[in-house]
Write a protein that binds this ligand. Structure first.
Ligand SMILES: [Cu+2]
Length: 322
């Protein structure tokens, strides 16, 4: 019969003196714990010293962000994952160490350690500390990503409708009295709308929908935000765009039959080219002509109009025609 709690017979229990029969301390020595902590810190420093995110393919997080906000979100993910792995390795190590160190060696009942206040204190405080640190950095990054300013360098109004986009370049944020549309680009079934924006300037996106809920998403910004109909103007900003180039943009909210075809392209150009593009648009040029005038490709490079096949019979024989 196994003795329980206070019924344990003294003769069946090893002496619970500070040192057991083999002369080892029964409590983990402070030196060993300190060594473990120093080793963990050194490993962490080593891992963060090299680009650990790139080494492990971002731990599943998309790489190649083009805004400071996307880089901060990426760093938060990498840091959180390393912290989670460090805790995981520590706990797995403890489990395997206990399984091996305290495996059954005989019939004698091992030393019963209960109400060990330092250990119970550690079990309570350590998780709270981990959660508090994760919460702290998450709150900081989230606040930064959601931060808006009163006077951004560029304001663009994003108008979503079934199933395309209109981009209105505004002279100021909508909250200001002098805000007006100075140039506009409208997507059609045949032509993908190209949203031209500059590097190195803060950009404010003001979103509104003409019908149902859509979602404005450029994967390289690692960010998407819903576009609501009615009087709701969903606003977000990026402090800058770092990389020139063409990036596909999508609707990320199931909005109806041709939702999957609701693509656009973000074309990031230099500030000088952007100014010339806006001037060309204000001078009455089409978006395609204005793009050519600044030495850019006139049509979308990273996506193309989808084949709606509205004029063919999609049922039964595919080659039946209309
Ligand atoms: Cu949509």
């Amino acid at each position: 019969m196994v003795a329980r709690g206070s019924e344990v017979r003294p003769s069946a229990v090893r002496q619970s003196s500070p040192r057991d029969a083999r002369g080892r301390g029964t409590r983990p020595s402070v030196g060993r714990l300190a060594g473990l902590g120093a080793g963990g810190a050194a490993l962490l420093a080593l891992l963060t010293g090299c680009d650990v995110g790139r080494t492990f393919d971002g731990f599943g997080w998309p790489q190649g962000g083009i805004s400071p906000e996307s880089h901060r979100m990426y760093d938060l993910w990498i840091g959180s994952t390393i912290a989670a792995l460090a805790v995981g390795v520590f706990v797995w190590g403890l489990i395997f160490w206990c399984v091996i160190r305290y495996r059954k060696r005989g019939e004698a009942l091992p030393v019963q350690t209960r109400f060990n206040m330092p250990m119970e204190f550690l079990y309570t405080i350590a998780p709270i500390l981990v959660v508090a640190v994760l919460f702290y950095y998450t709150a900081i990054v989230q606040t930064g990503v959601n931060k808006t300013s009163t006077n951004p360098d560029v304001t663009v109004e994003v108008v979503a409708f079934k199933w395309n986009w209109q981009f209105n370049y505004r002279s100021a944020p909508d909250s200001q009295d002098n805000a007006e549309t100075i140039a506009s680009t409208l997507g059609t079934t045949e032509v993908i709308p190209v949203l031209v924006l500059p590097t190195g300037r803060s950009i404010r996106f003001e979103e509104t929908s003409r019908d149902v809920i859509h979602s404005f998403w450029v994967p390289e910004m690692l960010f998407k935000r819903d576009v609501f109909p009615g009087n709701v103007r969903n606003v977000f900003e990026v402090t800058s765009l770092d990389t020139e180039g063409a990036f596909v943009g999508r609707c990320a909210e199931l909005c109806g039959t041709y939702h999957s075809m609701m693509n656009f392209e973000l074309r990031v150009v230099s500030p000088e080219e952007y100014d010339r593009f806006i001037e060309a648009k204000r001078g009455g040029q089409s978006t395609q002509d204005a793009l050519v005038s600044i030495g850019e490709e006139p049509l979308a490079q990273k996506t193309r109009p989808f084949e709606t096949r509205r004029d063919v019979n999609n049922f039964g024989n595919a080659s039946a025609g209309s």
